[in-house]
Design a protein around this ligand. Structure first.
Ligand SMILES: Cc1cc2nc3c(=O)[nH]c(=O)nc-3n(C[C@H](O)[C@H](O)[C@H](O)COP(=O)(O)OP(=O)(O)OC[C@H]3O[C@@H](n4cnc5c(N)ncnc54)[C@H](O)[C@@H]3O)c2cc1C
Length: 237
C-alpha cells in the first residue's frame, strides 16, 4: 500500500448520478489491475473506490463514483473531491489495495462481471489485458438497471472489436422496447450463455447483496471458489 497526495484534475458526469474523477498523483501510483484505493476523509474515515484506469497509466488515476440518493458514502466522498478541486488542494490517497486483482497466468478463460459502477473494477483489467496480449477468451459482462447507465458502451464495443478473444455483453435489467440484448440480472445472463463455469476465472464487483447471490449461484453453476475474485467477499458472509 502506498500513501500519495493527488490533485483533482477533473470531475465529469457520466450519467445523472455517476461521475468520472481524474486524479494526478504527486508521485507515480503503484497498483495492479483490479486494485482499489482509499480516499482519506479523516484518520478513521477512508472510502474505497476501484481504480478504473490501467496500471501502466501511473500518472493519472480515474475513478467512477456513483452517488444515488440512498448512498451518502459515495456522495460525501465526491463532496470532498469537489471541495479539493475548487480549492486547488491535494487529496490524500492510499493506493494499491485489495486481494482481487487480476491474475495474469492466461491459463484459464476469464469472466469479468460488473454490476453498475462495479464497471470501474473490471475496466482496468480489460484495458490491461489488451496491453499484455492474453489469448484466452475474455467475456466482459456489464449489468445495469437501465440502458442509459451504460455510459461506456461504445468504448467497450471498441475494446471487444480490438481482439478476437474479447467479448462485451451488456445486460439491461429493465429495458425499453428497443433493447435487443440480454435482460434481467447480469449473472443470470452469464449462466444462460455458459453451460458450466468450471474452467473460468471470474472477477466480479457490484453491490454487496448482489455479490453474495452471484457467488452462490455461480458455484451451483460449476464455478470453483478458488478461481472467483471479489473484494466484496471480505465484507459479506
Ligand atoms: C473495494 C470496494 C470498491 C468499490 N469501488 C466503488 C467504485 O469505484 N465506485 C462506486 O461508485 N462504488 C464503489 N464501491 C461501492 C459498491 O461497490 C457500489 O456501491 C456498487 O457497485 C454500486 O452498484 P450500483 O448501485 O451501481 O448497481 P445497481 O445499479 O444497483 O445494479 C446494477 C446491476 O447489478 C446487478 N444487481 C444488483 N443487485 C442485484 C441483486 N440483488 N442480485 C443480483 N444482481 C444484482 C443487476 O444486474 C443490476 O442491473 C466499492 C466498494 C468496495 C468495497
Amino acid at each position: 500500500m502506498q500513501t500519495v497526495n493527488a490533485d483533482v484534475i477533473a470531475i465529469t458526469p457520466l450519467t445523472d448520478i455517476i461521475y468520472k474523477v481524474t486524479l494526478k498523483p504527486a508521485i507515480a501510483a503503484e497498483f495492479e489491475a483490479g486494485h482499489y484505493l482509499q480516499l482519506v476523509l479523516g484518520e478513521k474515515d477512508k472510502r474505497a473506490f476501484s481504480i478504473a484506469s490501467k496500471p501502466s497509466q501511473q500518472n493519472e488515476l480515474e475513478l467512477h463514483i456513483g452517488t444515488s440518493a440512498a448512498d451518502s458514502y459515495a456522495a460525501q466522498a465526491l463532496d470532498h473531491l469537489r471541495h479539493a478541486f475548487e480549492q486547488k488542494a491535494p487529496v490524500e490517497l492510499e493506493v494499491g489495495l485489495g486481494v482481487s486483482q487480476l491474475r495474469i497466468d492466461c491459463q484459464r478463460p476469464i469472466v469479468l462481471l460488473a454490476g453498475g459502477t462495479g464497471f470501474s473494477y473490471v475496466k482496468s483489467m480489460a484495458d490491461h489485458l489488451a496491453e499484455v496480449g492474453c489469448e484466452q477468451p475474455v467475456l466482459f459482462y456489464w449489468g445495469v438497471k437501465e440502458e442509459s447507465a451504460l455510459y461506456a458502451k461504445t468504448e467497450m464495443e471498441a475494446w471487444a472489436a480490438s481482439k478476437e478473444n474479447f467479448h462485451f455483453i451488456p445486460v439491461v435489467e429493465t429495458p425499453q422496447d428497443a433493447w435487443d440484448g440480454h435482460t434481467g440480472y447480469v449473472h443470470q445472463a452469464v449462466m444462460q450463455d455458459i453451460t458450466s463455469l468450471e474452467p473460468y476465472s471470474i472477477y466480479m464487483a457490484g453491490r454487496f447483496d448482489m455479490i453474495g447471490i452471484v457467488r452462490d449461484d455461480f458455484i451451483k453453476h460449476g464455478a470453483i471458489r478458488e478461481h472467483m475474485y471479489a473484494d466484496a467477499f471480505a465484507f459479506i458472509k
